[in-house]
Design a protein around this ligand. Structure first.
Ligand code: ADP
Length: 351
């Protein structure tokens, strides 16, 4: 702090403004401040010699003692010192003004960018709801026709035809899930996503969801373990939305776990909440990606030739659902060692 100030002062000594008595009021002040010095010192000298302050006496005194020349220089010295201080101050003021101006400019730019972002966001929301609607109508028609064919209403199907129809049906389910995800996300973005919380015995919901995931687990010979206790306090929840969260977490656990391993659903009671955990023995998630997996459309492996399907919406939706339940969702994971996704629901008697 001290050294830079000295440097600034020295630099100011080399600037014209320091010596410009008309522009730099500090230098005038310095000169005025210095004028009394030679007057007082000469006066004291005359007083001690018992001489009257006449012009010849003053000249004699000044000429006889070279120290008086030093005192005579004081108005100039003070003028220069104060002038340099004035220059430093003026430069600081200019710097401040420049800085304020650039801040105002940056602020304006930020406002414009923000406005553009908002517009883009609105455009994206409109686009999402338009796309989901436009995709859903034809899909519903396709699904209707599949059911029509499966029911044999257009004649009996042979084995090959049935197989083809099953593949088509599987793909429509994937598409249906994707569109549902898009609809949910566009509702979340526009603040239209809601939950209807009611006090419920969550155990049966959990057991049913586990049952519905069994076939998916069996296809990979994955053991789906149920470690949810029989006796649990009631929680405040929206049944359908919690099933949606469980299906996503269990579905991911099965998807990202190799064959012949285990996926477990646990639940434990805490003071005011019930904590659920889905544990797998799968590929795990690198530490630096853990924060991002709850962002919409984020996938750890987003390459076009990735091994696992999906569109990266499930966890973003799950997080919104749990947050609407006033709870939290989080994950612990290690690459190669599996993942543990946890979320909490509030007990109904705790509210
Ligand atoms: P999706 O599964 O459709 O890709 P999600 O939002 O459900 O989308 O998950 C986002 C990403 O988080 C996944 O693509 C995957 O990279 C990672 N992930 C989620 N669950 C697991 C898990 N159990 N094990 C490893 N990675 C996971």
């Amino acid at each position: 702090m001290f050294i830079p100030s000295i440097m600034e002062f020295c630099k100011a000594l080399g600037k014209r403004n320091t010596y410009n008595i008309r522009k730099n009021t500090y230098s005038i002040f310095g000169v005025l401040w210095g004028i009394p010095v030679p007057i007082v010192t000469t006066g004291i000298a005359l007083y001690y010699r018992d001489l009257s302050p006449t012009l010849p006496n003053i000249i004699n005194e000044v000429v006889s003692n070279p120290l008086h020349f030093f005192f005579l220089m004081h108005p100039f010295i003070f003028g220069i010192v104060f002038g340099a201080m004035g220059t430093v101050r003026e430069e600081k003021e200019e710097q401040k003004l420049r800085f304020e101006k650039s801040l105002i400019e940056i602020n304006e730019k930020l406002k414009t960018t923000n406005k553009k972002l908002q517009e883009l966001d609105e455009l994206k929301d409109n686009f999402l709801s338009m796309v989901s609607h436009e995709l859903w109508s034809p899909l519903t028609t396709i699904q209707g026709h599949i059911t029509f064919l499966k029911d044999g209403k257009s004649g009996t199907l042979d084995v090959a035809q049935k197989e083809v129809l099953e593949i088509v049906e599987e793909q429509t389910v994937r598409l249906d899930n994707l569109i549902r995800g898009l609809v949910d996300i566009s509702k979340i973005e526009t603040g239209k996503f809601d939950v209807a919380l009611e006090s419920m015995d969550i155990k049966n919901v959990v057991y049913k969801t586990l049952d519905s995931m069994k076939q998916q687990a069996d296809e990979k010979n994955i053991l789906l373990k149920n470690e949810v206790p029989q006796n649990m306090s009631k929680v405040l929840a929206d049944k359908e939305r919690i099933v949606q969260v469980l299906v996503n977490l269990l579905g991911n656990a099965i998807k990202f776990t190799p064959k012949n391993k285990t996926v477990t659903l646990h639940a434990k009671e805490k003071d005011e909440t019930v904590e659920f955990a889905v544990t797998d023995e799968g590929i795990g998630i690198p530490e630096e990606k853990i924060d991002k997996i709850f962002d919409k459309f984020y996938q750890v492996d987003s390459t076009s030739n990735r091994e696992f399907g999906g569109c990266g919406l499930g966890l973003a939706i799950a997080r919104s659902i749990i947050e609407l339940h006033n709870g939290q969702i989080w994950v612990k994971s290690q690459p190669g060692a599996g993942s543990k996704f946890m979320f909490e629901l509030r007990k109904s008697n705790a509210n």
